[in-house]
Design a protein around this ligand. Structure first.
Ligand code: MN
Length: 206
């Protein structure tokens, strides 16, 4: 996806839509992926068609529109396309467990260990007011746990994401109703894909 220009296509899910049950039901996943994510893709394609962004990659569109109030609709849809593709890969059936290798070492150095990261992610996700995302990311040469509002994404700010969790209500409401902390506990304990985080850390050239 990284180098592709419009028209963008919805990336295939990396697992079946019932593969994350019972933490995330196939009902939630089919709506979230098939309706919400697809709509962001469709909206983005309409917005960039015939514009000076028609030949840009998704990441180029995000970076070139960041901070430009006139391009907010393009930025919001492009960032949501990117964030959701990243979120699906941030989970896997039978996830959870412990980070390994360089990721484990860096987490211990910068954030005090995996337990501290789990606590920080849960807190970031639970305290994000309204819609948004919680992240483990590489900012400069340091790992950080952070959160963004609505569609905002670290890649608009030159920060390299390693893992994300969607805390928009559409991500959990069918399964957890208002219990966002319970959804976050299941994401962190049972779904989180530490291998994906390790790949992203290696790609960030750290
Ligand atoms: Mn979402």
């Amino acid at each position: 996806m990284a180098d592709q220009a419009a028209p963008f296509e919805l990336e295939p899910l990396p697992y079946a839509d019932d593969a994350l049950a019972p933490c995330i039901s196939s009902n939630t996943l089919s709506f979230h992926y098939g309706k919400h994510h697809q709509t962001y893709v469709n909206n983005l394609n309409k917005l960039v068609e015939g514009s000076d962004m028609a030949d840009m990659s998704l990441e180029e569109i995000i970076r070139s529109t960041a901070g430009d109030a006139d391009k907010a609709a393009v930025l919001n849809n492009a960032a949501q396309v990117w964030n959701h593709s990243f979120y699906w890969k941030s989970m896997k059936p039978g996830g959870g467990g412990e980070p390994e290798g360089d990721l484990k070492v860096r987490i211990e150095q910068d954030l005090g260990g995996a337990d501290e990261v789990r606590k920080a992610l849960a807190t970031a996700g639970a305290t994000q007011f309204g819609s948004g995302w919680a992240w483990l990311a590489l900012d400069g040469d340091k790992l950080v746990v952070t959160k963004t509002t609505n569609a905002d994404t670290p890649i608009a700010h030159g920060v390299h994401p390693l893992i994300t969790v969607d805390v928009w209500e559409h991500a959990y409401y069918l399964d957890y109703q208002n219990r966002r902390p319970d959804y976050l506990a299941d994401f962190i304990g049972k779904l989180i894909n530490w291998d994906f985080a390790a790949e992203n850390l290696a790609k960030a050239g750290s």
